[in-house]
Design a protein around this ligand. Structure first.
Ligand code: ZN
Length: 497
């Protein structure tokens, strides 16, 4: 038996523990009873320990070394590379410190939730301080010679995107989109969207959700949809992909969240059998995943052409609410620009400005030792400057996202990067396919297959920058994103971009 075959057996066991953890997480968010949490957490802890034990074991370490002597295929080499990276991530943090961190996180999400409920940042500040200190220490353990701490964190979510690269990206967004948004706000064109909220029966919304998910290409033979407080996607492997949604009195909120999660799901379903259930058997990165979900949700899903074959179905499902609303009016409504305070409710144009605020603050927190007590004030000032709105209390300001309470720093930029990746892909796709015509004809499958061919089928074999290069012939170029937004919204709001 070769070293690689022996390694595969170890990794297969590690993947089994990993898959069980994913299943518990899914269950916690969807079906598990309220009191299950603390008890199930002990099982999850044991599974997580078993997974780590394998990955950091001497046997795996030696096998990884021996694999370097063997002639491996491209896929095998990628799996060895991922296993080595995963092992290094796990071994460089002393187990005692890691356990303390896990305990801190499980307490801190509760402290954060309470602080948010009570609009009281002060009560969360000491915990946030500890989380930052922990993550800085961990990043220090992982840093390669001279690497900046925030760069180490960014690399966890998006390889090859350092502060240097992201500064260029976010500066461009700031220079171009902030003044453009001011122009839009002053435009005499107004979008009427009152009809999107009201009495939209939940069973009809569910019918629509299932119809749309299937329409864009979510395969219900390999996937399920459930309800959760915050929509998300997870997968056990490429034949078991799970999405959730939520229903509210705003029909567009649920319908676009379904298209978004279906976009994530389609990505996972497009990973080939050869890769699934291995360390390279899922999407390439956080940003690449967001690029797929936001591509379906915004770039495709908010186009008039997308609704040509679908709007009749909408009217059929909601005759009282939409019977007298033309398709044109509907499409305008779903593209209304409303600068607001909450990132998850942001429209397509202003979304990345919410991320800009977080990026700038994270950078200060990690690289410039910003005092966390300054956060609420800086947050409010940046929102005022970039979006023209100011939070009245901390729950709609600095306390709105769960990420920091989970110890995740460096995650936010991938949301904005995803949107920009998607725009770059769309620009190159348009040279080969007539997307609008395909959508009008109800042939969205051609677009989906194109993405599968160029992105999905590679799983984690390539980085996001390599995938972009392969598909578009160009390294990441944020100009496409800015141009896309300015052209689309310039036209809609009749302002000179
Ligand atoms: Zn997403």
């Amino acid at each position: 038996m070769s070293a690689y075959q022996k390694l595969s057996e170890w990794l297969e066991r590690a993947m089994a523990f990993q898959t069980a953890m994913v299943l518990f997480e899914w269950d916690n968010e969807t079906l598990a009873p309220e009191e299950a949490g603390a008890y199930t957490a002990r099982m999850q802890g044991a599974l997580s320990a078993a997974y780590q034990e394998i990955m950091v074991s001497d046997e795996v370490k030696q096998l990884l070394e021996q694999c370097k002597e063997e002639a491996l295929s491209e896929v095998e080499r990628a799996i060895v590379r991922e296993a080595e990276e995963e092992r290094l991530q796990l071994v460089c943090i002393p187990p005692e410190e890691y356990r303390e961190f896990q305990e801190l996180v499980s307490a801190s999400t509760r402290i954060w939730a309470k602080a948010r409920r009570e609009q009281d940042f002060e009560s969360f500040a000491p915990t946030l301080e500890k989380l930052i200190a922990c993550q800085k220490r961990f990043a220090g353990y992982r840093a390669k010679d001279g690497q900046k701490l925030y760069d180490v964190m960014l690399d966890t979510y998006e390889k090859g995107f350092t502060m240097e690269k992201l500064d260029g990206f976010f500066d461009l967004l700031k220079q171009e989109l902030v003044p453009f948004l001011k122009q839009i706000k002053e435009s005499p064109v107004q979008m009427e969207d009152g009809f999107l909220s009201g009495d939209y029966p939940e069973d009809r919304q569910r019918e629509l959700a299932e119809y749309l998910a299937e329409y864009v290409g979510f395969d219900f033979r390999k996937g399920v949809m459930a309800v959760s407080a915050h929509p998300f996607t997870t997968n056990l492997h490429n034949h078991d992909v799970r999405i959730t949604t939520h229903y509210s009195d705003r029909v567009d909120s649920s319908l676009f969240s379904v298209i978004h999660e279906a976009g994530h799901g389609i990505y996972e379903m497009g990973v080939p059998d050869e890769l699934t259930q291995t360390l390279v058997g899922q999407g390439a990165s956080m940003g690449m995943h967001e690029s797929q979900s936001r591509f379906f949700e915004n770039i495709i899903g908010r186009k008039e052409a997308f609704w040509v074959p679908l709007y009749g179905k909408m009217q059929e499902l909601f005759p009282e609410q939409l019977g007298n609303v033309s398709r044109e009016a509907f499409v305008k409504a779903i593209n209304k620009v409303t600068p607001g305070l909450i990132r998850t409710e942001a429209d397509e144009l202003t979304y990345s400005l919410h991320v800009l605020v977080r990026y700038e603050l994270e950078k200060q927190l990690i690289e410039e030792d910003l005092d966390v007590r300054e956060l609420p004030k800086l947050w409010a000032e940046k929102y005022e400057e970039y979006l023209g709105v100011r939070p009245e209390h901390e729950a709609e300001g600095v306390l709105q996202d769960i990420h920091w309470s989970q110890g995740s720093f460096g995650y936010f930029p991938s949301y904005a990067l995803g949107s920009a990746f998607g725009a770059q892909m769309y620009a190159s796709m348009e040279k080969k396919l007539n997307c609008s015509q395909l959508l009008e004809d109800g042939r969205i499958s051609v677009i989906r297959e194109y993405l599968r061919e160029h992105i999905h089928r590679y799983g984690k074999l390539k980085t996001s920058r390599e995938l972009l290069m392969n598909m578009t012939g160009e390294d990441f170029n944020p100009r496409y994103y800015v141009d896309y937004l300015k052209e689309k919204y310039g036209k809609l709001y009749q302002v000179q971009a």
